[in-house]
Design a protein around this ligand. Structure first.
Ligand code: HAM
Length: 429
C-alpha cells in the first residue's frame, strides 16, 4: 500500500477557515503602516547561503542548526530564508537604494524557514510581518516602530495581553568589553554551567544570559551587568527612546538579559511578549542593526526593524476570543434558481448586482437541486438574504426576496429595483 502523502513536519496548511484571520491581521497591519508612510517590499524566499551566514552570524543557533540549506543543480549553496532582515538589506544594496543616505521605510510579509523542534507557536515554516528602516540613526525612529506596534495591539484588542521588554546592547566595542568580563566571570564557574552554556561560552557567550537553565540563571545573578559597560552615546540613545515611550504612555520593562538570537543587533533591542501562549510567548521582536549594511560591503548605514510571528498572533487572537465575528460570515446573498431558464436569468442578474454593488458577497447556487436543498445551502452559507427565481418569477421579471436571519416575510421585488432594494436592506442591517 502506498503511504499517505503528508506535509513536512512543522509546515502547516492554512485552511480556508483560518485564512480570514490571516487576511484580517495582514490587512490591519498593512493599512496601519500605510498611515505611517511605510512601503511594501517583496524579497525572494531563496538566497545564497552566505548572506545569512554573514548577516545573522556563525555561532548563532539559526545559522549553525536551523537553516534549510542545499546545493542547487549548479552546485551553489542556497538557503530558504530563516528571516527577512538580511534579504532586505541585500535588496537595498543591490538596487542602490540606501547608499546615498536615503531614508527607506519598508515592510514585508511572508514565510520563513527554520529547522526547529515543532511545538505550539514554533514551526519550521512560519510567517513573519516585518518592518525595516534605513538611514535614521536616532531614537525617534526606534520609538516610532514601538508606537506603531502598540497601535496595532490596540486595534486588535491585544494591548492588555502583551508587554514590552527593552534593552540596549550598546556599541560593538562596549559589547566586546562586556563579553570579556562575562566570559571571565563564567569561566571561573565553568563546571557549574549547563552543557549548552558551556558550548556558548566560546561561540556566543551573550546568549548564555537568556539560558532557560535554573542553575545557570542562579550563577548570573552576581555576573557583571551589561549596562555598566554601555558607552555614553548608546546610553543617551536609550534615554531618548525611553523618554519618547514615557511621553506617549507606553509601559516597558528593562531586561538587561535580553540579547536576541541574531548577531547583527547593537543598541536597542525589543521583544513584545505574552504570557497567554505558553513557552513561545514572543509575538514581535527586533532592534537596531547599524553595523549590518557595512558588514555586507555597503557604506555605514543605520538600520532598525522588527518582525512579528503571524502564527503566534493568530493563536493569541483565537485564545483570547478576539477574532471579529464578521470574519465568519462569508456571504450577503444566495441566489436559488429552479430550471434551466431561471439559471440563465440568475447568472445575468447576479452579474448586474455585482456591477451595481461592488463588494457584494453574492453566491449563485451551482449544481441544481430541489427547492428544499437549495434553500438549505442558502441558509448554511451564512447569507442574510436568499433570492429565489423559478418559472413564475421569470414570467413576471421579479425575484422572491427572502430574509434568512429574521422572521420577515418573503417579498416580490422587480429585477430593475433589486439592486437598490438590496443596498437599502444591507445598509440597514
Ligand atoms: P526573530 O526574533 O528571530 O527576529 O523572529 C521574530 C518573530 O518571528 C519572533 O518573535 C516570533 O514571533 C516569530 N518566530 C520566530 N521563529 C519562529 C518559529 N519557528 N515559529 C513561529 N514563529 C517564529 C527576526 O527574525 C528578525 N529578522 C527581526 C528583525 C527585523 N530585527 C530587525 N528587523
Amino acid at each position: 500500500m502506498s503511504k499517505t502523502l503528508q506535509a513536512i513536519r512543522g509546515m502547516n496548511d492554512i485552511l480556508p477557515e483560518q485564512t480570514p484571520i490571516w487576511r484580517y491581521l495582514e490587512n490591519t497591519l498593512a493599512e496601519l503602516l500605510d498611515g505611517y508612510g511605510y512601503s511594501e517590499i517583496r524579497m525572494p524566499i531563496l538566497e545564497f547561503t552566505e548572506l545569512f551566514a554573514r548577516g545573522i552570524g556563525e555561532g548563532t543557533d539559526v545559522v549553525d542548526k536551523e537553516m534549510y540549506t542545499f546545493l542547487d543543480r549548479n552546485e551553489e549553496s542556497l538557503t530558504l530564508r530563516p528571516e527577512g532582515t538580511a534579504g532586505c538589506v541585500r535588496a537595498m544594496l543591490e538596487h542602490g537604494l540606501i547608499g546615498g543616505g536615503q531614508v527607506q521605510k519598508l515592510w514585508y510579509a511572508g514565510p520563513m524557514f527554520r529547522y526547529e523542534k515543532p511545538q505550539k507557536g514554533r514551526y519550521r515554516q512560519f510567517h513573519q510581518m516585518g518592518v525595516e528602516v534605513f538611514n535614521l540613526p536616532g531614537p525617534d525612529i526606534d520609538a516610532e516602530l514601538i508606537v506603531l506596534t502598540w497601535r496595532l495591539w490596540k486595534k486588535l484588542g491585544l494591548a492588555d495581553s502583551v508587554t514590552l521588554q527593552l534593552n540596549s546592547l550598546g556599541s560593538s566595542e562596549a559589547r566586546a568589553r562586556y563579553r570579556d568580563a562575562l566570559v571571565a566571570y563564567l569561566q571561573e564557574r565553568y563546571d557549574l554551567l549547563d552543557e549548552d552554556s558551556q558550548r556558548r561560552l566560546t561561540t556566543n557567550p551573550l546568549r548564555i544570559l537568556d539560558s532557560k537553565n535554573g542553575g545557570t540563571q542562579a550563577l548570573l545573578v552576581d555576573a557583571p551587568t551589561l549596562h555598566d559597560y554601555l558607552d555614553e552615546e548608546s546610553l543617551a540613545h536609550f534615554e531618548g527612546l525611553k523618554a519618547r515611550l514615557d511621553a506617549v504612555g507606553i509601559r516597558y520593562e528593562i531586561n538587561q538579559k535580553l540579547v536576541r538570537g541574531l548577531d547583527y543587533y547593537g543598541r536597542t533591542v525589543i521583544e513584545w511578549v505574552t504570557d497567554k501562549l505558553g513557552a513561545q510567548g514572543t509575538v514581535c521582536a527586533g532592534g537596531r542593526y547599524d553595523g549590518l549594511v557595512s558588514q555586507f560591503g555597503g557604506k555605514p548605514t543605520p538600520g532598525v526593524g522588527f518582525a512579528m510571528g503571524v502564527e503566534r498572533l493568530v493563536l493569541l487572537l483565537e485564545t483570547l476570543g478576539l477574532v471579529p465575528e464578521e470574519l465568519n460570515n462569508p456571504a450577503d446573498v444566495y441566489i436559488c434558481a429552479f430550471g434551466e431558464a431561471a439559471e440563465l436569468a440568475a447568472l445575468g442578474l447576479s452579474e448586474r448586482l455585482r456591477d451595481a454593488l461592488p463588494g457584494l458577497r453574492l453566491l449563485v447556487n451551482a449544481g441544481g437541486g430541489s427547492f428544499k436543498s437549495q434553500f438549505k445551502k442558502a441558509d448554511k452559507s451564512g447569507a442574510r438574504y436568499a433570492l429565489i427565481l423559478g418559472d413564475d418569477e421569470l414570467t413576471k421579471r421579479v425575484v422572491g426576496f427572502k430574509p434568512l436571519r429574521d422572521d420577515s416575510e418573503q417579498q416580490s421585488i422587480a429585477w430593475d429595483a433589486l439592486a437598490e432594494h438590496l443596498a437599502a436592506c444591507l445598509k440597514q442591517a
